[in-house]
Design a protein around this ligand. Structure first.
Ligand code: CA
Length: 228
């Protein structure tokens, strides 16, 4: 696909398996083994995506990211982290990360995330996504409609975040499964329909203006535009 990836990872085992896998998928991969080299490469070349480990010699991943974003770089960044703590996610999101993968991970899982970020392209870095009177804050992971808090499970939240990040775009069930569920999911049940129904109950039910729409035979879209 002619995509150029920068992989910043000091752990030889991880960087070898990731770079081999990505190369086999026809990505052109540059590897940096410390933070300073990673930052230099990221500032020098135009990468389509950066896969960034957090624990790095020289310059920690979060600091690399912060400095890179200061140069106005909009390159998508997938962070690899051994930690799954919410504080870390918030700190890295604030620093400009686009997605996370917790170690250890399967290569297939990394590939799904990389492809999803590449499809999504450059993003609005604001932590709050708005659609009509619906608001989703990616830092606090809170959702409000007309100012009123909506309680969502983590899967419902991921689904809504994915849909709102792609507002106006029709998303197929396959796209939704690839992004919101992991690779181990076999994709034969109607799980997407079930979760969209939950979301509708929570997000649209009590409002005249429905934002989530079914596109028959294709999938779902969230949009503030009236149905065509
Ligand atoms: Ca490391």
């Amino acid at each position: 696909m002619g995509m150029r990836v920068l992989l910043v990872e000091d752990e030889a085992k991880v960087s070898t398996f990731v770079s081999r896998g990505l190369t086999a998928e026809r990505f052109a991969v540059d590897v940096a083994r410390d933070g300073k080299t990673g930052l230099e490469l990221a500032k020098t070349y135009e990468y389509d995506i950066i896969v960034l480990d957090l624990m790095l010699p020289g310059l920690p991943g979060t600091e690399l990211l912060r400095q890179l974003r200061r140069t106005n770089s909009k390159v998508p960044v997938l962070v690899l982290t051994a930690r799954d703590a919410l504080e870390d996610k918030v700190a890295n999101f604030e620093a400009g990360a686009d997605d996370y993968l917790t170690k250890p991970f399967a290569f297939a899982e990394l590939l799904v995330r990389v492809k999803a970020l590449l499809r999504r392209g450059p993003v609005n870095r604001s932590s709050v996504i708005r659609l009509d009177n619906l608001e989703l804050d990616r830092l606090s992971q809170q959702v409000r409609r007309a100012g009123r808090r909506i309680e969502l499970t983590s899967k419902e939240y991921s689904l809504l975040e994915y849909m709102m990040s792609n507002a106006g775009r029709v998303l197929s069930r396959t796209m939704i499964i690839e992004h919101v569920w992991d690779k181990s999911f076999d994709g034969i049940t109607n799980i997407v329909d079930v979760y969209v129904r939950h979301l509708r109950n929570k997000v649209d039910e009590t409002h005249d203006r429905k934002l989530i729409r079914t596109v028959r035979g294709v999938g779902y879209v969230i949009s503030d535009q009236a149905e065509a």
